[in-house]
Each structure stands twice: as C-alpha cells, then as structure tokens.
Design a binder for this molecule. Structure first.
Ligand code: AP5
Length: 213
C-alpha cells in the first residue's frame, strides 16, 4: 500500500503516518525527519536545508526529489510506504508520478488531514519532539508520561526551531500557496481521501484505517 499524507503543517501527518506504518508494516518516510537528521549530523544537505527550514520556506525541489525517488526504490519499500511531507509542490508530485510510472508503480491513496489554521498555531506551540527518535507529543493533547522525556526511548523533548509562532504563520502561508494545489491534483487522479483532523488522534486513525481497510 503506497500512501501520501497531505495536510497543513501540524495537521497530524507525522502522528498518523507513524501509526499507519506500524499497523501495515511499511516504512514511514518523512522528508522533514530526513532533513532534521541531516542537520543534526551536520551534512551538506542539512546545512542547505536548514537555511530554508528556519525561515519556514520549502527546501528547493531539486534537493528533495532525487532523495525521495531513491528512498521509495529501496527494498523495504517494495510492498508499500507512507510518504509524510512529500510531495509538497506540483513539480514534486509530477516528478514522483513519473519516477513511479517508470517502475510500473503508482500511489494508492493521498490522505488529506483537514485542520483549520486556527487550531494549527495552538498545536505547534504545544508540540514537543524527541531529539533521538523523532517521536512527537503535545504538552496538553498528547503529553509524555514524564515531562520533557520521550516515552519510547527516553530522549530529550524539545520545541522545534520552526515551531515558533512567526515561523508557523509563514509555513501556513507557504502551505496554502504551494502545497494545497495538490488537493486538486490528487482529486483529479481519484485517489484523494479527506479526514477530519480536529478529532482525537484515535478517531483520526480510525477514519484512515476505514479508508485503507
Ligand atoms: P515537516 O517536518 O514535514 O513539517 P510539516 O509538514 O510542517 O509538518 P509537521 O511535522 O510540522 O506537522 P505534522 O502534520 O506532521 O503534525 P504532527 O503529527 O507533528 O517539514 C519541515 C520543513 O522541512 C518544511 O517547512 C520545509 O522547509 C522542509 N521540507 C520537508 N519536506 C519538504 C519537501 N517535500 N519539499 C520542500 N521542503 C520540505 O502533529 C502536530 C502536533 O499536534 C503534535 O504536537 C501532535 O502531538 C499534535 N496532534 C497530532 N494529532 C492530533 C490530534 N488529532 N488532536 C490533537 N493534537 C494532535
């Protein structure tokens, strides 16, 4: 099963993508996580990506497309994957379709998690991410068992640099301008499914698994 997660920053794509990956035993491929890992390791890619991410802008398509096309061609992705944060522009979506069609393959579902902008700002300011495993929490909605510590690996939980309110506003406007057109793109391909992302994490997951079967 090959799935794309769509939705505004903070809509819950990462949260749901991890749950889908666990249930259906497919890799969770998050471009945001790949960039953050590169930043942490101080790679050239990380240095380039950070400059855009800190401003709330998208990393140029040229730095993302080959990376994802290469990743979905790996052995562990043969039976499916959940793409989280990619594609984010029409050129990225077209490049992915082209690469997949060369492999005689295609995306099965694009799941759009719908959350209004007002809810997003609150979610982002309360989000805490694990520096070690990337696990995500919310200080009110989905708190860790122990303050500031990841339930899964015991790593330190931090506020992401790009979750500051002014950067979140910028990310939202970039989303509406560059990523939202993908809703029409996948509607036309008849693979778009929309779920209400304002419900609890479990209810959103139930809606998604009802679609995926
Ligand atoms: P990325 O890491 O992909 O960020 P994003 O899309 O902005 O999404 P987020 O990770 O912020 O949110 P999410 O939807 O995953 O929500 P989450 O589950 O964490 O990208 C970061 C940056 O990298 C981009 O800005 C860009 O610069 C660059 N980049 C990445 N991919 C790129 C690409 N393809 N092209 C170009 N540039 C790219 O949930 C958010 C919070 O809400 C959490 O605290 C969570 O616990 C809570 N929550 C989740 N579900 C619920 C619920 N149902 N109810 C209440 N709270 C909930």
């Amino acid at each position: 099963m090959k799935i794309i997660m769509l939705g505004a920053p903070g809509a819950g794509k990462g949260t749901q993508a991890k749950m889908i990956a666990d249930k259906y035993n497919v890799p969770h491929i998050s471009t945001g996580d790949i960039f953050r890992a590169n930043i942490k390791e101080g790679t050239e890619l990380g240095k380039k990506a950070k400059a855009y991410m800190d401003k709330g802008e998208l990393v140029p398509d040229a730095l993302v497309v080959d990376l994802v096309v290469d990743r979905v061609g790996k052995k562990d992705a043969e039976n499916g994957y959940v793409l989280d944060g990619f594609p984010r522009t029409i050129p990225q979506a077209e490049a992915l379709d082209e690469a997949l069609s060369k492999m005689n393959d295609k995306i099965d579902y694009a799941i759009d998690i719908d959350v209004p902008d007002d809810n997003i700002v609150n979610r982002m300011s309360g989000r805490r991410a694990c520096v070690s495993c990337g696990g995500t929490y919310h200080i009110v909605n989905i708190p860790p068992k122990k303050d500031g510590i990841c339930d899964v690996c015991g790593g330190k939980l931090i506020l992401r640099d790009d979750d500051k309110p002014e950067t979140v506003q910028k990310r939202l406007s970039v989303y509406h301008e560059q990523t939202q057109p993908l809703i029409d793109y996948y509607t036309e391909k008849n693979i778009l499914r929309t779920v209400d992302g304002t419900c609890s994490m479990e209810e959103v997951f139930k809606a998604i698994t009802d679609i995926l079967g």
